[in-house]
Design a protein around this ligand. Structure first.
Ligand SMILES: [Ca+2]
Ligand SMILES: [Ca+2]
Length: 195
């Protein structure tokens, strides 16, 4: 599970755009808008989407649940503990550093494990890659991206080998750049849906 895109990426934690990007996602994840989120909510929401909207098998859903737990656990979220924004963003800094360190050494990252689990579910024709239609079906359920234009923008930004399909390695590469660093080649991973 090595990557052909492994590279050393730098963090840019003081960049207002990096902070704003995560603030946007925090607000999205904080469904009842009380300024706090828990691991329970993250796992419940992610599992609900894959099971009820995307038709995951129980095995696929379990693997996906474990990947989401490990990922948000890596950002410091815990079951039955409410995390507020300042702690959340500090957790993301720790997660980013640890993940970028692994990536620079071509080791397996938590975002890659989540990607593998998720792609297995959304790759409906099981050809090992995500088509635009498969991506649209997923984003409709996930609720982050709303327009077709933004879905198509994901393809433009993430289809690094210009194959017209997304594989998990190129998707991982662009998500690392977008969420953990401010790599200029990773802007607009979600089109206009996430700043
Ligand atoms: Ca496919
Ligand atoms: Ca591709």
């Amino acid at each position: 599970m090595t990557s052909k895109y492994a590279v050393k990426l730098e963090t840019d934690f003081d960049n207002p755009k990096w902070i704003g990007r995560h603030k946007h996602m925090f607000n999205f994840l904080d469904v009842n808008k009380n300024g706090k989120i828990t691991l329970n909510e993250m796992v419940y929401k992610a599992s609900d989407i894959v099971l009820n909207n995307l038709g995951a098998t129980p095995e696929q859903a379990q693997r996906h649940k474990e990947a989401v737990e490990a990922f948000f656990g890596g950002a410091g979220l815990k079951y039955d503990v409410e995390t507020e924004w300042p702690e959340y963003i500090e957790g993301w800094k720790r997660l980013s550093k640890s993940e970028l360190e692994k990536w620079s050494k071509n080791q397996i990252t938590l975002v890659r494990l989540w990607g593998d689990a998720l792609f297995d579910i959304i790759d409906k024709d099981q050809n090992g890659a995500i088509s635009l239609d498969e991506w649209k079906a997923y984003t409709k359920s996930a609720g982050i991206i709303h327009s077709s234009e933004d879905c198509e923008e994901t393809f433009r930004v993430c289809d690094l080998d210009d194959s017209g399909r997304l594989d998990v390695d190129e998707m991982t590469r662009q998500h690392l750049g977008f969420w953990y660093s401010m790599d200029p080649g990773c802007e607009n991973v979600y089109g206009g849906a996430v700043p």
